[in-house]
Design a protein around this ligand. Structure first.
Ligand SMILES: Cc1ncc(COP(=O)(O)O)c(C=O)c1O
Length: 227
């Protein structure tokens, strides 16, 4: 069976590992430009493919389903207006110029989290081997339930970002009717025992140090509370 592989590379801009570059592994790669992403145009995204047939079809679909050679002919009834406007395009162009340096800043900040927390019970997930991670998020495995930790951080003026994810897909409203019987203990555990502290290029090392100090103090206070 010839099933095309569509790769969700939503927040993996410019990430690669060995010979694999995100968005080029499958037949089609999809990247998001939503504001929380590594590069943004406010909304929208980009599709990558090296398959001429898919390229032609996608190009037509975003342009009302028009034929690519003759705009008078509609060939794809499911076409729509998926074009971005020029202001958005300009923003995207600026983002292209600065995305590498912004990923570099994210990487340095992630390294700071890693070094600050490496001798603790937290575990900061970072890129290993030959490659580049865009570090859309800093993901930290924690021995403390993330809800408790989130509240603790909030009380210390730190807003943790959303987890990936708090509710796993088999327990989401749309799927739980059919799949809630599935037993996925590792997934359940991981959802409850990881946090995503702030990670964006404007953050300073000093702020990361403060966040890490609070996270370390949280371990001590949690222990005291639950003794
Ligand atoms: C893995 C993944 N895929 C897709 C999306 C959706 O991207 P968009 O909002 O651009 O449709 C997101 C958004 O966070 C995501 O995390």
């Amino acid at each position: 069976m010839n099933v095309p592989l569509i790769e969700d590379a939503a927040h993996a801009h410019l990430s690669y590992r060995d010979n694999y570059t995100a968005g080029t592994i499958g037949d089609i790669g999809c990247f998001s430009f939503f504001p929380t992403k590594v590069m943004t145009t406010g909304e929208g995204g980009v599709i990558s493919t090296n398959n001429q047939k898919y390229y032609e079809k996608i190009k037509s679909l975003k342009n009302f389903g028009r034929d690519n050679g003759d705009a008078n002919i509609i060939i794809n009834p499911e076409g729509n207006n998926f074009k971005i406007n020029e202001f958005t395009g300009l923003l995207g162009s600026i983002e292209c110029d600065r995305v590498i340096s912004r990923i570099k800043k994210r990487t340095d900040l992630l390294e700071r989290y890693y070094n600050n927390l490496k001798n603790t019970e937290y575990s900061v997930i970072k890129q290993s081997g030959d490659g580049r991670c865009s570090y859309y998020k800093a993901i930290v495995k924690t021995p403390i339930n993330s809800l408790w930790l989130k509240k603790y951080c909030k009380n210390n003026d730190i807003t943790l970002t959303g987890e990936v994810y708090k509710i796993p897909i088999h327990l989401q409203y749309l799927y739980k009717k059919d799949f809630s019987y599935v037993n996925l203990p590792n997934t359940d555990y991981y959802c409850n025992y990881h946090i995503c502290p702030p990670l964006y290029p404007e953050l300073t090392f000093k702020e990361v140090d403060y966040i890490c100090d609070i996270l370390k103090q949280a371990l001590i206070d949690y222990e005291k509370q639950n003794r």
